[in-house]
Design a protein around this ligand. Structure first.
Ligand code: AHR
Length: 660
């Protein structure tokens, strides 16, 4: 008798256990009631040349200050054996010369008294990443002023100054001439430099000294860094915003981003200082300039490679309002407007048009199919709307189908934001850019932000957002799981409102681990490798599972937007006939969800479940542990039109089930 009592007690505990450890929720997905289309542009990427994203990053050039155009023209160049101020009898010296005209007028004149004593070294972008066995392309312009110098040697050196592969050229012309050579590295290191030595004595002039890996994205000579583009490609982005960000505006108008100076021959792209060079006293980067080797042609080409719609953002005639706030007077705005019209012609115009011809001459006769153009970045106040109106009239007058993206300023609420909303409605704005750099909790609390947006007004471009673990622009911000998970929760709200939210992008995109100014960032890299942050994997899971139509998902007749700490959204992929459900469990406990797919066709008996999670909210990925937080796949049973899923604590789960 005693035994039986024990068995009854044991049975009832076993029965209750799941309820004690795991709360249960019920979700209904209305497969037969698609709520709206999901735009192909829904999940995109934002590129800005911040944190060495272009020079020193995506643009694979390894020589820093290759054309001696930095403000300190020998920055990045070392002459360990020479006295910089006078010519040493046992060595040599580089002097910076300047052409009378020319966009990049400086070059180096090297005078050598003793060739075994003179060495010129380029330190690269915080070093150069070289790989054993990999090939590198050297090129440079040389003018030989006297016959004495017969050879120039180039060698990678490692951290100890040991040669690790090199080549040489024999200069033979008294006029400027371009020389090219290939060489192979014999060791892998992240911190190589290039050492240049000379044979003979005399005087010689050098310019555009360049070294690229041969193995670039798509093998394009002098192209983009392959691993970094691959990470972008894997996101399958819907659009590519470029070139920023505040870099569009410039700290002064003179230093704004001018696309026309970034196309054509590389030598003719005028180098300027990067606005992030000295923006933050706590992260000074005096060696940050813009060579524009990654200019507007390369940008359109990259967008095409990624299958992403290009979305260029242009200056509206206002310098950054956090800096000088310089304004172009209204009666002097024409050249700025003309820049926008000409960019459209550069992208789409026939090859016999002025700018279409330049595109064709650069190797892309086919139009790039530009459909969107952004006017201004983080502008606020009446000056912006006065200028925006002029751009809108001119662009729509000439290109009625071009979709104009306008801005609401730097903040997602407050006086400037509310003023912008009113003005943009008056102007019948089409797509409007909103930015939010906010704490993780803000993202959880505002997952319903767009539920109440006006359905008869403009569409939304969430153009820059990222959860800040400490505070906006704090150097202590981390790309931790708490931030990534809260963004995922918020993104279910973006997706739920796909009828009004047309475009979204995390910002910024890239950061060099030794040369960043702003954190958090989606992708981090050193000179050899790169990794996606947990935030990257969140973006990837949403973007790779974009779907084509929005499906309502509810719990007790309410959209799932934070009840019991759960967030969810659902889509149908009309191309594959898959139902895709994204769910975030933001709590510290596992939770079970019973999902019913109402009105679904016959479902496969197994679904694919992808989970991204960490038990530790502060956990991050790193160069040494690039995939510490990354998605894992498993299969889950589907019974009829139902399934049970356990959502682990602190997780994003994506379920994909196919309808027959
Ligand atoms: O993403 C970094 C900066 O943040 C962007 O340049 C700017 O638009 C925003 O303030």
């Amino acid at each position: 008798m005693k035994k039986n009592i024990l068995r009854v007690i044991a049975f009832s505990w076993a029965y209750c256990l799941p309820f004690l450890v795991s709360a249960q929720s019920t979700f209904q997905v209305d497969v037969n009631k698609p709520a709206s289309d999901v735009q192909p542009t829904m999940w995109g990427i934002f590129f800005e040349d911040i944190n060495f994203a272009a020079d020193g990053g995506l643009y694979a050039e390894m020589v820093k200050n290759r054309s001696f155009e930095f403000d300190a023209p020998l920055m990045g160049w070392l002459q360990p054996n020479s006295d910089r101020h006078s010519l040493n009898e046992n060595s040599g010296m580089a002097t910076i010369m300047k052409e009378e005209d020319g966009l990049n007028p400086h070059f180096a004149r090297i005078e050598i008294n003793n060739s075994s004593g003179y060495v010129l070294i380029n330190e690269g972008f915080r070093g150069m990443g070289v790989k054993e066995g990999a090939k590198y392309d050297l090129s440079l312009d040389v003018r030989r002023l006297s016959d004495g110098i017969s050879k120039i040697n180039f060698q990678f050196i490692d951290e100890n100054g040991n040669g690790i592969g090199g080549t040489s050229i024999s200069p033979d012309s008294k006029d400027w001439k371009t020389y090219e050579a290939k060489f192979t590295a014999s060791k892998t290191t992240e911190k190589a430099k290039v050492r240049i030595t000379f044979e003979g004595t005399g005087m010689i002039e050098l310019d555009m000294i360049s070294v690229f890996p041969e193995d670039t994205w798509k093998g394009r000579p002098k192209g983009l860094r392959k691993d970094l583009v691959q990470l972008l490609y894997d996101l399958q982005p819907g659009f590519l915003r470029f070139p920023g960000g505040c870099i569009v505006e410039g700290r002064t108008l003179a230093k704004r981003y001018q696309w026309k100076k970034t196309v054509g021959d590389i030598e003719d792209r005028k180098m300027i200082v990067n606005r992030w060079n000295t923006e933050f006293a706590h992260r000074l980067t005096p060696d940050y300039f813009q060579s524009f080797g990654l200019g507007f042609f390369e940008y359109f080409q990259l967008a095409e490679d990624l299958g992403a719609a290009p979305l260029p953002i242009l200056s509206c005639g206002m310098a950054c309002q956090f800096n000088t706030g310089e304004l172009v007077p209204m009666d002097e705005l024409d050249p700025y407007v003309q820049d926008a019209l000409d960019l459209i012609e550069f992208a789409n115009g026939p090859t016999d048009s002025k700018w279409g011809k330049i595109r064709a001459d650069m190797g892309h006769p086919k139009p790039f199919g530009l459909k969107y153009i952004g006017v201004g970045n983080e502008q606020w106040g009446p000056d912006y709307f006065d200028r925006l109106k002029v751009f809108m009239e001119a662009i729509k007058g000439k290109y009625p189908d071009m979709i104009i993206v306008s801005g609401t300023g730097p903040f997602p609420d407050g006086e400037h934001f509310e003023y912008a909303e009113k003005e943009l409605k008056k102007l019948n704005a089409e797509i409007v850019d909103e930015h939010y750099y906010r704490p993780p909790q803000w993202f959880l609390d505002h997952a319903d932000r767009y539920d109440s947006y006006d359905r008869n007004s403009y569409k939304i471009f969430a153009g820059e957002y990222a959860a800040q673990s400490v505070a906006i622009a704090s150097p202590d911000n981390k790309n931790n799981w708490q931030c990534a998970m809260s963004e995922a929760a918020y993104m279910t709200g973006l997706e739920r409102n796909a009828d009004v939210v047309y475009m979204t992008s995390y910002a910024p995109l890239f950061a060099h681990v030794d040369a960043w100014q702003w954190t958090p960032d989606l992708i981090w890299f050193n000179n050899l490798t790169s990794y996606g942050t947990p935030n990257y994997y969140v973006q990837k899971l949403f973007s790779n599972n974009r779907g084509t139509q929005l499906l309502p998902i509810s719990s007790g007749n309410e959209p799932v937007k934070g009840q019991s700490g759960l967030y969810a959204s659902a889509v149908l992929d009309g191309n594959t006939n898959e139902i895709i459900v994204k769910m975030v469990n933001s709590t510290e406990n596992d939770q079970t969800v019973n999902i019913t797919f109402n009105g679904a066709g016959k479902l496969d008996s197994e679904a694919v479940l992808t989970v991204l999670k960490s038990d530790e909210l502060q956990a991050v990925n790193s160069i040494d542990h690039p995939k510490a937080i990354s998605p894992t796949d498993s299969s889950q049973p589907v019974k009829g039109n139902k399934m049970n899923i356990s959502l682990p604590a602190y997780s994003l789960s994506v379920i994909k089930v196919k309808q027959k």
